[in-house]
Design a protein around this ligand. Structure first.
Ligand code: ZN
Ligand code: ZN
Length: 126
């Protein structure tokens, strides 16, 4: 659901590091509108950055678990959002190992792994 920025901002407490925290202290903040429930994090992203397609999840990249700053959030493929520091296969989620495609953060090492598997499967390399 898209909200007006002026509806969200009074609820957000900005901290020294540029993090946005939900003022009420409800850490996993949820908002309801017209019977629809949504996490604050998603609502903030949609309001400031735009729609999220179904199979993507939001995750913080600043290390503050409950941060809502859209600049500190990133979209991740579903099922990987809990892996803040390492991906499914244990690669580091940082620096040069992260690449962005349409704003979505992917693990480069996994991408290479999948490419290699594909090439092997299709007989292009052994
Ligand atoms: Zn933050
Ligand atoms: Zn990986």
């Amino acid at each position: 659901m898209q909200l007006d920025k002026s509806e969200l901002i009074p609820h957000i407490k900005k901290t020294g590091g540029g993090h946005w925290l939900w003022r009420t202290g409800n850490k996993f903040a949820v908002i309801k509108r017209q019977g629809v429930q949504m996490s604050m994090r998603r609502a903030v992203w949609i309001t400031f950055r735009g729609p999220i397609s179904g199979n993507l999840q939001l995750s913080t990249k600043c290390g503050v678990k409950f941060c809502l700053n859209p600049k500190h959030l990133q979209l991740l493929p579903q099922g990987t959002a809990n892996m803040l520091t390492h991906c499914l296969r244990g690669h580091r989620r940082s620096g040069a190992n992260i690449y962005y495609n349409k704003g979505i953060a992917y693990c480069r090492a996994c991408h290479l792994y999948h490419q290699l598997r594909y090439l092997r499967r299709t007989g292009r390399i052994r």
